[in-house]
Design a protein around this ligand. Structure first.
Ligand code: FDA
Length: 305
């Protein structure tokens, strides 16, 4: 679609708008966001997780949050993550936790963020729940890997995400042998200095790092809606006798339900990334930017209000 690029930039700009993100917290879920966000409260999100579990899907919960610049906001986000862990433990849901370090104060101070993460990781360890640190933009990559290393000294149930578009991706995957990684193509706009720019090259490197981590014997989460990649992984694993227990497919809540079902029927593990909370606007705008076809949902939602 010729309009794809301008539309992508438009939605990325909206995602970054502080006033809109702030205002949207008071609107409730609008414009069809409910398709991709599992509610505003933890109770709603847990009900969704249980429902997905009953369908055979496992989950990771993400408490949404944008633009955290005040210590109190980071402390509130930390509490929200602890509440998620307690709810998973109490309900016995098959679910883990995904976190973003900027939400936990990374832009305020790295050691403050580490302290918040340590509280989360200690609670997760006491419940035996895995914690995934999402990877944000390149500016936070080094800090994220540094914090990961410190946390893994205390609990090996912590992992992160490596983005295939980064030139450093292969080296990072090699040095993180044995660490459970979620591998993705990469969602942020990065310069040619640090990241591949062409889709074909990103796809090639994506498959390359997936193969590398699988060949290393490490647990690998392939987080993609791209059926071409998913097919290649299935074939590669079968040909190289990599057991289905060594990897899982991950998708975002609200995406490609037929494909999820097919994978489940074929005996693969499928985990859904389930976001929730009042701070939904930026996440929703990024999903529209990624795939302008999703705008149809948004327009339907807009006109039905
Ligand atoms: P891509 O968008 O490249 O699509 C490839 C092809 O797949 C399309 O051309 C189309 O044919 C098909 N396709 C894709 N979506 C479809 C749909 N909805 N319906 C039908 N066909 C479709 N990023 C990041 O930087 N840090 C992170 O921590 C994470 N975490 C994360 C977790 C999970 C669970 C997922 C799924 C993704 C992320 N990402 C991420 C985002 C990731 O980096 C990437 O931006 C998006 O997943 C989009 O890339 P895809 O690999 O899904 O396919």
């Amino acid at each position: 679609m010729v309009l794809d690029q301008p539309l992508r930039s438009f939605f990325m700009q909206l995602a970054k708008s502080k006033p809109l993100n702030k205002a949207a917290k008071k609107w409730g879920l609008k414009f069809g966001a409910r398709q991709f966000v599992a509610g505003q409260t933890l109770e709603e999100a847990m009900a969704t997780v249980i429902d997905l579990n009953n369908k055979g899907l496992v989950c990771t919960l993400d408490h949404l949050g944008e633009f955290v610049t005040e210590e109190q906001e980071a402390l509130d986000s930390t509490e929200a993550c602890l509440d998620v862990l307690r709810a998973i433990n109490e309900t016995g849901a098959d679910c883990n936790l995904s976190v973003k370090l900027t939400q936990l104060g990374l832009d305020i101070d790295e050691s403050f963020c580490l302290k918040n993460m340590k509280r989360i990781v200690q609670t997760a360890r006491s419940f035996g729940i895995f914690v995934r640190i999402d990877m944000e933009d390149y500016a936070h990559c080094e800090q994220t890997l540094r914090i990961l290393e410190k946390l893994r000294n205390e609990y090996d149930g912590v992992g992160t995400v490596i983005q295939a578009y980064l030139h450093r991706a292969e080296e990072d995957v090699r040095s993180l042998k044995g660490v459970p990684l979620r591998l993705v193509k990469g969602a942020y706009k990065e310069s040619a200095e640090v990241a591949l720019q062409e889709k074909a090259l990103i796809d090639e490197n994506y498959f390359n790092i997936i193969r590398l981590h699988l060949d290393n014997g490490s647990y690998t989460a392939i987080a993609s809606h791209d059926h071409h990649i998913i097919e290649k992984v299935k074939t590669y694993a079968a040909e190289n006798r990599i057991p289905k227990s060594q990897f899982e497919f991950q998708m975002l809540y609200g995406f490609r339900e037929t494909l999820q079902k097919e994978l489940l029927e074929q005996g693969y593990k499928v985990r859904l990334y389930v976001p929730f909370g009042t701070d939904w606007f930026g996440y929703f705008m990024r999903r529209l930017a990624e795939r302008p076809q999703n705008i149809a949902f948004a327009l339907r939602g807009f006109f039905s209000k």
